[in-house]
Design a protein around this ligand. Structure first.
Ligand code: FAD
Length: 390
């Protein structure tokens, strides 16, 4: 009873296994107990609450679907999605930390790494002893990462890495970074760069109005000597980082539902409590329209995420299907945050409620991991066979 009751208008719980519900309830109660009470303060002071790291590891948010022999939680894709949903009900920034750690750092090390790399990095990342970051975006190359300028040279006994990455989640606190760079032939490879390597710095990006409880920064490589054993051996080319992004975007499709649920729930409760013109504002048709549309959109997004999770478990989800869900569900959430904000009137802008924080956070979520526009073009390409990027 102390658990938040998720809107479940179409009884989607009936589609979940007992394990799914257990995993979800565990993350939900952790969010309620540990995250929600402190998050507003950390967002206001623009600081990542580091004390949450061990709890994130305990609820299985680090390496949710990585096998347990490497320290992961060994869960399926729907459980992973549900964890992301519950974390983002708390805050998109904290969900971002988990997405990066699981899908963008542990994912490539597990999928493209050597056995010694898996053994060295995965258990420490799963336990939260180490925090990882994923360096793809550069100052001059965001939506078009294939144009990246960061490069490495084979020096015989090591690689020499030069370049810079920007807008990197967790960079200022990361112990390891999975960095995408071109070799002398222009082929993209993943390199594991460790804090402490000479010439590697991670300055923080300040003054964000969004994802303020998530720490963001640069990764700068100034003649960094990277040991040869730190290259990810089993996949190269732009497809390698893009495949990692598929996994993370899938999690975001679920995560955004969490933010939307929290906004909807807040607005629904407020609409019944707040009285104007002698009536609860929830009795006015205009407010009912907002609330009714919110629950409709949440329900559609839940069904989309659930079905995508089934396809992903079966290994059948395509990149384009994942793009569609990321794009749809984040837009759904941002629209709900804006509408819910209005339902609360002036109180909607206050940190007493979570809505404005969600709204601001979602402005990053709609841009990172492929912008709203780019995902639309991916659907366009998929259905027409005609490439708008060229
Ligand atoms: P641009 O690519 O410059 O795009 C600007 C605008 O042009 C957008 O509206 C875009 O949709 C549009 N546009 C671009 N190309 C086209 C086209 N072909 N057709 C039509 N419109 C187009 N990156 C990482 O590598 N690792 C991270 O951990 C990470 N974390 C982030 C955290 C935060 C808080 C933020 C804000 C960003 C993060 N990013 C990260 C970067 C993010 O992935 C990029 O911002 C994103 O890919 C967009 O790139 P850009 O900002 O350079 O925008």
């Amino acid at each position: 009873p102390d658990l938040f009751q998720a809107p479940d208008y179409y009884l989607i719980d009936e589609l979940l296994s007992d394990e799914h519900k257990l995993v979800r309830n565990t993350s939900r109660s952790w969010v309620k107990k540990e995250l929600s009470p402190i998050i507003e303060e950390y967002a206001q002071k623009s600081e990542f609450p580091k004390q949450l790291i061990s709890g994130l590891a305990e609820v299985g948010a680090f390496g949710s679907y990585i096998p347990s022999e490497y320290g992961g939680a060994g869960l399926d894709q729907i459980s992973y999605g549900l964890i992301m949903q519950e974390l983002e009900r708390g805050d998109s920034g904290i969900r971002s930390t988990a997405s990066v750690q699981t899908s963008l750092v542990m994912g490539p090390i597990y999928n493209y790494g050597s056995e010694p790399q898996r053994k060295k990095y995965l258990p420490k990342l799963a336990s939260g002893e180490w925090i990882g970051s994923f360096g793809l975006t550069e100052p001059n190359h965001g939506s078009n990462p294939g144009g990246m300028e960061t490069k490495f040279k084979d020096m015989g006994d090591h690689y020499l890495l030069n370049g810079a990455k920007m807008w990197i989640s967790n960079s200022p606190i990361c112990d390891v970074a999975v960095v995408w760079a071109k070799n002398e032939e222009g082929r993209i490879h993943g390199l594991i760069v460790e804090r402490g390597m000479e010439g590697f710095t991670t300055p923080e990006t300040k003054n964000k109005w969004s994802l303020r409880a998530s720490i963001t920064g640069e990764l700068i490589f100034n003649n960094v000597k990277v040991p040869k054993e730190n290259i990810l051996p089993n996949k190269s080319g732009l497809g390698a980082p893009l495949k990692c992004l598929d996994h993370a975007r899938y999690g975001i499709a679920w995560g955004a539902i969490g933010a939307a649920m929290d906004c909807y729930d807040t607005a629904l409760r407020y609409s019944k409590e707040r009285t104007q013109f002698g009536k609860p504002i929830g009795q006015f048709q205009l407010q009912q329209k907002k609330l009714a549309e919110m629950i409709t959109e949440i329900t559609k997004a839940q069904l989309m995420a659930w079905r995508l999770g089934v396809l992903k478990n079966e290994g059948k989800a395509t990149s384009a299907q994942i793009s569609m869900a990321k794009r749809n569900n984040v837009e759904m959430a941002i629209n709900i945050a804006r509408e819910a904000r209005q339902v609360l009137g002036a109180m909607g802008i206050s940190g007493e409620y979570s809505i404005m924080r969600h709204a601001m956070n979602l402005e990053s979520v709609i841009t990172y991991e492929g912008t709203h526009d780019v995902h639309l073009l991916i659907t366009g390409l998929d259905i027409t066979g005609l490439n708008a990027f060229k």
